[in-house]
Design a protein around this ligand. Structure first.
Ligand SMILES: Cc1cc2nc3c(=O)[nH]c(=O)nc-3n(C[C@H](O)[C@H](O)[C@H](O)COP(=O)(O)O)c2cc1C
Ligand code: SF4
Ligand code: SF4
Length: 256
């Protein structure tokens, strides 16, 4: 029996989670969004599969906190699937911190893989490349599902250059807090509440006029910006960080 917990601010990892569940026996899988899952209510299970986006060559802060709070002996083993925009060496050290924390809690690690999907910030890759990435990621998920069923263990050898870039990437988390302070909603905001209900870091509160007010715990995940129905949210200074017209995986799934 598998518990799959996914952290997917903009939808890529969630899509692969559904594909993975379909490739395993769906009746043997339960799926939960990491940021809305109460650890106390999680049932004991054989195998936890943690699927998450990569931020700054690392697991996002939200994921690290989840693993820090994970009780011992809840699962027999854990698999880690990190979803970035590339599976080359730059992301190779992404799981190091999570592995250490999990192993200290007595968990053994089964699979430890990086999967490439479209980039979700700064720029949109060309459509053909995004379609190719999605097709290859779905194929890799089939292979991963089979590896889970065969109880395989990944051999991860992390080169020093990957460790260095992973270490440098840790500045992303404090920088993201500053990015959050730049965010604001313009007059098109109709106080629908979607942004503050869905922020994984609970960084948004409604002010007395029912407009979003941002705190100091943003993780730069892009969810509030891309999911605002009025396209009202933007940073005041770092305007290059969100993709200009947003990111929508749905567009590519329709084109397939
Ligand atoms: C703030 C931020 C930092 C990112 N850093 C990386 C990175 O270091 N390496 C990478 O491959 N992708 C990086 N990405 C891209 C996403 O990890 C990637 O597009 C992923 O598929 C998004 O998954 P999601 O849609 O489930 O959130 C970053 C995205 C954001 C928003
Ligand atoms: S999602 Fe957009 S419209 Fe809705 S409350 Fe937030 S900023 Fe306003
Ligand atoms: S404020 Fe927006 S970008 Fe920052 S963590 Fe929350 S949803 Fe993500």
């Amino acid at each position: 029996m598998y518990t799959i917990i996914y952290f997917s601010p903009t939808g890529n990892a969630k899509h692969l989670t559904k594909k993975l569940a379909n490739n395993l026996k769906p009746s043997e899988v339960t799926m939960f969004p990491l940021e809305f899952t109460d650890l106390k209510k999680l049932d004991k299970n054989k195998h936890l599969v943690l699927i998450h986006a990569i931020h700054g060559f690392n697991a996002p802060r939200t994921v690290k906190r989840f693993v820090r709070n994970l009780p011992e002996k809840k699962f027999e083993m854990v698999s880690l699937l990190a979803v970035g925009c590339s599976d080359i060496w730059v992301n190779d050290a992404v799981s190091l911190d999570l592995r250490k924390k999990l192993q200290r809690k007595g968990y053994s690690i089964a699979l430890d893989e990086v999967i490439a999907m479209p980039l979700t910030f700064v720029m949109n890759f060309p459509d053909e490349l995004n379609l190719k990435l999605i097709a290859e990621a779905e194929k890799k998920i089939e292979y991963i599902a089979q590896s889970l069923l065969d109880q395989k263990v990944s051999k991860r050898i992390v080169k020093t250059k990957s460790k260095i870039i992973n270490f440098l990437g840790k500045v992303e988390s404090p920088a993201a807090r500053l990015f959050g302070l730049e965010l604001h909603a313009n007059k098109n905001c109709d106080s629908c509440s979607i942004c503050w209900t869905n922020c994984p870091e609970k960084n948004i509160q409604p002010n007395k006029n029912g407009k979003p007010k941002y705190g100091f715990s943003c993780s730069m995940c892009m969810r509030c910006i891309y999911n605002c129905p009025q396209k009202a949210i933007s940073p005041r200074i770092s305007k290059f960080i969100p993709i200009k017209n947003g990111y929508s995986l749905l567009k590519y799934l329709k084109e397939k």
